[in-house]
Design a protein around this ligand. Sequence first.
Ligand code: UTP
Length: 418
Amino acid sequence: MIIGRDMRSEGDFMDYTTAKALLAKYKQSHMLQYYEELNGEQREELLDCIGRIDFSLFDDVFAGGRSLGELSPADVLSVEEAEARRDEFKQAGLEALKKGKVAAVLLAGGQGTRLGFNGPKGTFDIGVNRRLYVFECLINNLKDCVEQSGTYAHLFIMTSFLNDGQTRAFFEEHNYFGYDPTKIHFYVQKTSPAISFDGKILMEEKYRPVMTPNGNGGWYGSLMSSECGGILAKEGIEWLNVFGVDNVLQRICDPVFIGATLKSRLPCSGKVVKKSCVEEKVGVLCKENGRPAIVEYFEMPPEHKAELDCNGELKYRYGVILNYLFNVKALNEANISALPYHLSVKKIPHIVDGKRVEPNENNGYKLESLAVDIIGHMGGCLGVEVVREREFAPVKNKTGVDSVETARRLLVQNGIKI
Ligand code: UTP
């Protein structure tokens, strides 16, 4: 069992004196600025909020970007190699699925700000001539696996405090899109405080800091500390297929992918696609000092970005698509409880001199840990290349690149009525 940032017990009692000392230590004393004028309930809420914040994040949050070690290309099973061993992989994957050893984890706690849709991204209707919700696409894809294996895999859905109620209600209203409701489990991801550019926790009320979802890197910690955590051991789940909400062609619990991972004997794997161009904004699966790593597009050193291999192909060509398979035992043994936080610049409404301000310009950071950082803590990671046009239709923006428009085209191209 891991402990750390995402595993803090909720509701630990925090008294005023302890809070004051803690805040002084981390230069956050302004949080108690209005304490004297708060009523009893508000004081309690404030102390409770302070008790839930992991202040150790301030030890390293401004430490700066990581310096990359020596990079080399990742071990990737190409489409052709996977195809040649398709039957063998599929059989192994189906066997694991039938035994209930594999569950899926849908990361649906994001705010989807780029899409600009008012509601959880999964509730977005991507249909044109009919209703077709993003969640519906994903469940339909997962049902392919039910058809092949004859079993409903458990599906854990991570939400955030901002969209949990709406997400649960949506699934119920739509009858879980025909999936077995007893196999769907929701849990809420943890939060982190939003901070100003000079590192002060922003307050949304005199008694309440601005808290935001803590990024998708906390998915396992939040899962294990939720009520869902016990299901894994009880049901003998050994592998978790983690995937993002915003790829409507995402293949989930794909038997070939599972089988290839099992046969590799590696503790994790990730689906990858060939980058569409040098500048594509995807993380690349690599090795860093011999260990698996995902290097984000903005981190890739210029000398490697367009580097070619002896076949004239991009040496670092395999982009990740947020579809990973993790061995549960390996996750428990890995040191993933304190992933670094990444700073994401945002406009954050907050109070100044006790009055609410809606900034027009970016004024602070949201703190997010990222699922890609978990890979570096695993003993090895197999990249499994998939055909881009069949499995990667990201819905990030309204129009343009990786948008509703491009995803619709790809759905049609794959024979899905929209
Ligand atoms: P993104 O990085 O695209 O973030 O998430 P986002 O918040 O959904 O969208 P933007 O950046 O505001 O436009 C990738 C995946 O990680 C999940 C998202 O729901 C998506 O499936 N995610 C992201 C979480 O589950 N929690 C988070 O805190 C952030």
